[in-house]
Design a protein around this ligand. Sequence first.
Ligand code: NI
Ligand code: MN
Length: 226
Amino acid sequence: MLELTWLGHSCFSIATGKHSILVDPFLDDSPAAPCKSGDVNADFILITHGHFDHIADAAKIAKRTGATTVSNFEISQWLARQGVKETVGMNLGGGVTFPFGRVKMTIAHHSSTLPDGTPGGNPGGFLMTLDDEDIYIAGDTALFSDMQLYAPAVLDLAILPIGDLFTMGPEDSIDAIKLLKPNRVVPCHYNTWPPIAQDVKAWAESVRSQTKAIPETPRPGGKITL
Ligand code: NI
Ligand code: MN
């Protein structure tokens, strides 16, 4: 059994029973976070791209916990320069089998400059296979039709941004769900700040009426099990 906790914005914690996997840690300065970076456990930290709202607390948490970071190659080198000891640098289309399961880095149409202005390589997403569950984390991205190529025959869960402005908005996320055909879908990257405020109840209603996916809309700190 997997337990997925939304920590606000695009930050998620996935507990497999054996491992804790943290995705896009942005807690200490996030108005939507239900906890601080010092409160979370991590064995692995996955980072989709270099923007502060996805990487702000990554080095801090990795150094405290000894977690291994998983990101693109440029970001892995930047984290190593911040003193992170265990980094795995990958690139688009590549996959790695970790003790907790397999992770493939997928395309995202976005940008990736790091907080200090260092070029952060290409933005990405992650397709993960954990305990026979296939989870697609789109990352910050626009809608793109090749998304459908990533979806396995049964995609258990898709995590998609819906905030608009910086990423796809609610309408494009419905088209993404039609391409991916996930069993369940969790929205993210919304309601952190006023410019990405969204009516998540209306979004969930659109998901139910226009797709076969089940929308899951935890509050920050809320969990879903897989
Ligand atoms: Ni971004
Ligand atoms: Mn972002």
